[in-house]
Design a binder for this molecule. Sequence first.
Ligand SMILES: Cc1cc2nc3c(=O)[nH]c(=O)nc-3n(C[C@H](O)[C@H](O)[C@H](O)COP(=O)(O)OP(=O)(O)OC[C@H]3O[C@@H](n4cnc5c(N)ncnc54)[C@H](O)[C@@H]3O)c2cc1C
Length: 402
Amino acid sequence: MSVPRFDLDLTADQRAVREAVRDVCDGFDHEYWRDHARRGEYPHEFVDELAADGWLGALIPEAYGGKGLGTEETVVMMEEIAASGAGFGGAQTVHGGIYNSAPLVEYASESQREELLPKIASGDLSIQAFGLTEPGAGSDSPSMETFAERDGDEYVVTGEKFWISRVDVSDYMLLVARTTPKSEVDKRTRGMSTFLVDLEDAAAQDRLHMDPIEKSASTFVNSYHLTFDGLRVPAENLVGDEGEGFYQVLDGLNEERLVIAAELIGMGELALGKGADYAAEREVFGQAVGANQGIQHPLAAAHAEVQAARHLTDEAATRSAAGDLSREALGARANAAKYLAAEAAFAAADAAVQAHGGKGIAVEYDVERYFREARLSRLVPIAQQLALNYLGERELGLPRSY
Ligand SMILES: Cc1cc2nc3c(=O)[nH]c(=O)nc-3n(C[C@H](O)[C@H](O)[C@H](O)COP(=O)(O)OP(=O)(O)OC[C@H]3O[C@@H](n4cnc5c(N)ncnc54)[C@H](O)[C@@H]3O)c2cc1C
């Protein structure tokens, strides 16, 4: 069953997005996602169909062939994808491509925009990979060491990136690298720059080495340990101003966190639907296991938590579109929404696994995948502690831990 949602006052545009995305998702059932997860395969057919309908250009303005949508509609779209059976892992197969277009819309030169955005919007060009994290710089990304040194009309990139996902299904990667060493900048968040790395060219140069990381969640996509060994990137591939890359990454982060919250909410709903179905059906000691409060209450509590996170997320997305919140106020809501949605999705998946008894870890019942993905969501794209740091410091006025 699908879990009832507490009513939201959706706009006509949001309803239209929901219907259209649902139509695409209807073509991909639970078995499709299960098979791809089991084999660790990227869901090309699903992504191609979304791309063909222009959804990878959700955030690209209509003037460049995109849908010109905002956070308000994107939260609905991504909740729907996750709830359809894709889960958080399925949503992540397209999330990167949708969100990589945001800094291009905002900071790319007019010629870069004209060249790239229409192709992304039509699905002819894929920029699904985003390279920020390094072996020694995860939560603390300004400590990155990958360096892009200017040499005439090119930059020469040397260093390592870690966990970089979907490089194998991208034409370009959006890379953040230092262009001034941390020791030479007045503020540690300065001196980083964003580049478009042409992956076909990188393969031809043989100066970008990709080692896949074996992992137990998010198995639809490959994630890599990348080594840049003097890769030459044309200077014209710099996005925006040199040294301002970190601020470009921060810009739009609140909106992205809300969309990730929506994906987790969708997966929470999915897990609860499966958990409640099974709990109503499975009889033990002559009655449905769902009649026992030890099974029923965790499902019911998670339902309350998922719907609460959903309302916070929707309200913040609406206010973000209205533009009536300060960046700090939106940041507090976005971090609270991501935190609560990840906890709610974890509670929902955990309750669904428990309701299934031993079958909770059998692949054919799907809930074990949602559980692994919900666990992952407490670590990425920022760990829960970092979301709490924001609230503790900015909302409660407590000291910084770093
Ligand atoms: C499946 C997967 C896909 C990913 N895809 C990408 C990608 O495509 N591109 C990319 O750039 N990155 C990607 N990442 C990286 C991801 O963004 C990082 O893993 C994440 O930011 C956490 O960094 P870390 O793993 O280095 O943890 P660390 O920074 O080493 O932190 C370890 C633990 O310490 C805690 N901690 C650290 N500092 C504090 C503090 N001050 N207060 C309280 N707690 C603290 C953290 O919360 C965490 O629990 C991916 C990661 C995974 C697992």
